[in-house]
Design a protein around this ligand. Structure first.
Ligand code: HEC
Ligand code: HEC
Length: 346
């Protein structure tokens, strides 16, 4: 509480200074709210918001970078190409990522939401700081195949970039580090906390759950919340939930970063916020629907190496319970976040 108050006051101080700056071609920015406030039903953030406080210019720079295809080798694939807002910042219709020159990756795009509350990033937890995630995407040959030298010369010649870097980081040289900080400012404010479920939990606006949604929540608490835990809907652990292993890809998951035998085939427990919008599902994008996911848990679990002990016998769910769980998961859709113009392309 105290920390967030402190952070809020920093933001107010910077916001006052920023209101007087001009030159943006987007007038709606004058009303932008860049303060980070921990939602009352959320845990403490992991991201150090005070170390990289969002300023209007820094945030705007982050947004421009996020949607700029010129950072990639083919001039088309931006972060936003794969991370689409309407799909909770996933790549709608693609089971695995699809980057520059029509190259196909091996993993399903992850949503971008509530990253300021996570300990690690990527399906295998290979990145441990939000400000560093973009490096992977920018330089991956399959994703953006970008070249930092070329990015720096673009920032140095494009008048809009020059202005934004100068305003966001006055008297400092344009650098890749500043670029990452700006992307960090943008992404760390992408907080999804205003779903029907959140409002019900915080007893806001008189929101109530239907009987079916409430029963779904109960079933979910009993059968799913050991992993999809708390209000982030993930305990942030890595587990093998019994998917069929694709022999051609043989994605070893967390093992790829730790080389520990017991980490083979373990992937991060994903949050289920906005899950109705983020199909397809799982690290390999195997399932197109929630029905397929639920069928997997009841009858599709494969006994592969390091299967989570709690899933060995599958999860028993009646048809009614499946309907109830889906009704509950539907309450996790946050239309305010999915339509928040601060995060939309220009
Ligand atoms: C070609 C599609 C593609 C592009 C372009 C792309 N991403 Fe991603 N993104 C992915 C995939 C796939 C993953 C999961 C990667 C993995 O687990 O190895 C991911 C994961 C992430 C995550 C981790 C989320 C979490 O919860 O751990 C973040 C953050 C992210 N991307 C940000 C970005 C940013 C910033 C850019 C632009 C600089 C970008 N992405 C460009 C496909 C893409
Ligand atoms: C033992 C831990 C565990 C339990 C219990 C569990 N899950 Fe999962 N869940 C995971 C893991 C791990 C993944 C990601 C697996 C992967 O992609 O390799 C996942 C993925 C998912 C996804 C895909 C989300 C996405 O963005 O791709 C959905 C949906 C899901 N689970 C729903 C449920 C529901 C509903 C229940 C209860 C019936 C449940 N899970 C129980 C561990 C668990």
């Amino acid at each position: 509480m105290r920390l967030s108050k402190k952070i809020a006051s920093i933001f107010i101080a910077t916001a006052v200074g920023l209101l007087s700056s001009c030159g943006s071609d987007d007038d709606s920015y004058t009303e932008i709210d860049l303060s980070f406030q921990r939602p009352a039903n959320f845990p403490a953030p992991t991201y150090d918001y005070a170390a990289n406080p969002a300023t209007r210019a820094g945030f705007e720079l982050g947004r421009k970078l996020f949607y700029d295809g010129r950072l990639s080798s083919d001039g088309v694939v931006s972060c936003g190409f794969c991370h689409e807002q309407a799909a909770a910042f996933t790549h709608h219709g693609h089971s695995v990522s699809h980057g520059v020159n029509e190259q196909i990756g091996t993993r399903n795009t992850m949503p971008i939401q509530n990253l300021g509350f996570y300990d690690s990033f990527m399906w295998d937890g290979s990145v441990d700081h939000l400000d560093l995630v973009a490096v992977v995407a920018l330089t991956s040959e399959i994703e953006m195949n970008g070249n930092f030298q070329q990015m720096l010369s673009l920032f140095g010649t494009d008048p809009e970039y020059k202005r934004l870097f100068e305003q966001a980081f006055p008297n400092e040289q344009i650098s890749t580090e500043k670029m990452l900080l700006a992307l960090g400012q943008f992404m760390s404010l992408m907080v999804s906390s205003n779903s029907k479920f959140d409002k019900w939990q915080r007893a806001e606006d008189g929101v109530t759950l239907t009987a079916e949604e409430e029963s779904g929540y109960e079933v979910f608490q009993q059968k799913c919340a050991s992993c999809h835990a708390g209000n982030l809907f993930t305990d942030q652990s890595f587990r093998n939930n019994g998917l069929v292993i694709n022999p051609f890809v043989n994605d070893l998951g967390k093992y790829r970063t730790t080389q520990i035998e017991t980490d083979k085939y373990k992937f991060k427990v994903p949050s289920l916020r906005n899950v109705m919008k983020s199909a397809p599902y799982m690290h390999d994008g195997k399932f197109r629907t929630l029905d397929a996911v639920l069928d997997h848990y009841t009858s599709g679990i494969q006994q592969t190496q390091n299967i989570d002990p709690s899933l060995i016998n599958g999860i028993q769910l009646s048809e009614t319970e499946k309907v109830q769980i889906k009704a509950f998961l539907n309450t996790l859709t946050d239309e305010e976040f999915l339509n928040d113009s601060r995060f939309a392309p220009f």
